[in-house]
Design a binder for this molecule. Structure first.
Ligand SMILES: [Zn+2]
Length: 393
């Protein structure tokens, strides 16, 4: 349900309903002429004309070129102006925080990068409040709200980080603290999950069907509305977008793959059980499996084609493929975008994952395994705010 009141600035009347209807038609079907709008909405010419003037004044729509019908006068076309308002998105990563200001379509207008010590949560809050405040105060369009992608487990209402073990965060009221400092509505979700929304915006709306795909008799392109963003680092989390919307599940834990057991007799995990996916394919596990001491060493060994390192990457890819095969069978995404710190291993890791998924889920439809866009996490945080405010198109 779209929150039209925020977009139109008109509330609580028949006029508000009509304004919302006209704006929805322009947003979904624009560029569109006034006479087409009259025909679609069933409203009078005078009503549509008045509503359009108000929307133009508010900058919610803009005029864009003219049609030249074969007969009669040319008509001015109207389209939704996604640049009329802005949102701020923040990705709290282990090594840096990315902060962006986007329009309502997710295009980045402004950005900041800052390094913070995540082990000091008070400093994180103060620094974020300062930088978000600076970005919001810059001249330009109204900032509606702030979305954050954060490490750890977030409560279902998107207000609090319940626990982020790696940074020793417990019950951190990040949304409330930032709202108090900024005077803007704030919402949170796990950083890997919000990145999936940001990735969706960067993908072309459709993808050509893979050539030589014998199972598909549809020549039409595939819609990019279902995708998985796979975060690979010390932990493993999937962000799942279904039908264009981020899927959380009833308790908010959809996509938490890290502690799914894939090898019952495998190594002990931080959660206390054995053989969890992240105990086998987390950064530390791949480093140990390759017989090196650090991640940097592993990267160099993989680059020069070292056999032990290549085998360790292949094994990680195989295990991920097994877990992801189930996810692919359940969700049927058109894309799996791989992000997070471990993508620094590059193509060898992506190819290992790709090959393993195809072996483990042989009946899956066409599927692209790609490296995630670098801006997907902060952009996705902005889109999260839009989704929760009812403004995601
Ligand atoms: Zn575990």
């Amino acid at each position: 349900m779209v929150n039209w009141e925020l977009l139109t600035g008109v509330s609580g009347s028949v006029r508000a309903i009509n304004t919302a209807r006209v704006l929805a038609t322009i947003r979904e079907e624009g560029p569109i002429s006034r006479s087409e709008l009259i025909a679609r909405s069933g409203l009078s010419k005078a009503t549509v004309s008045g509503i359009v003037s108000g929307l133009l004044e508010r900058d919610s729509v803009r005029e864009t070129g003219k049609t030249q019908p074969s007969r009669g006068r040319s008509r001015v076309l109207l389209e939704f102006n996604s640049a009329s308002m802005t949102v701020i998105g923040v990705q709290v990563a282990d090594d840096r925080c990315q902060i962006v200001r986007t329009d309502l379509a997710g295009s980045i207008i402004d950005r900041r990068d800052v390094t913070v010590d995540l082990n000091d949560v008070a400093e994180v809050t103060t620094t974020l409040a300062r930088i978000i405040g600076e970005l919001a105060d810059r001249p330009g369009r109204t900032v509606l709200g702030v979305g954050l992608g954060v490490p750890g487990v977030v409560d279902h209402s998107g207000r609090q980080v319940i626990v982020a073990l790696s940074h020793n965060w417990h019950d951190v009221d990040l949304a409330e603290d930032l709202e108090h400092a900024l005077g803007l509505p704030v919402t949170l979700a796990n950083r890997a999950k919000v990145a999936a929304l940001g990735q969706l915006v960067t993908m072309p709306a459709t993808a050509a069907t893979r050539s030589g795909d014998a199972t598909s008799d549809q020549p039409s392109p595939r819609q990019r509305t279902d995708l998985v963003y796979l975060y690979l680092g010390s932990g493993v989390v999937a962000g799942i977008v279904i039908g264009g919307r981020l899927h959380f599940g009833h308790d908010g834990h959809a996509g938490d793959l890290g502690h799914v057991m894939v090898e019952p007799s495998g190594p002990r995990c931080v959660c206390g059980t054995r053989g969890c996916l992240q105990a086998l394919v987390g950064r530390e596990a791949i480093v140990a499996d390759a017989g090196v001491r650090t991640w940097d060493e592993l990267e160099r060994a993989v680059q020069r084609g070292d056999r032990a390192a290549s085998r360790a990457v292949q094994r990680a890819g195989d295990r991920l493929g097994m877990a992801l095969g189930h996810l692919v069978a359940a969700v049927s995404p058109s894309v799996i975008a791989v992000g997070g710190p471990s993508v620094s291993l590059g193509d060898p890791l992506l190819e290992a994952i790709d090959g393993a998924i195809r072996r483990c889920a042989p009946t899956a439809g066409p599927l692209d395994i790609v490296r995630a866009d670098e801006d997907a996490p902060p952009r996705g945080a902005a889109m999260l705010w839009l989704q929760r405010a009812g403004l995601l198109a």
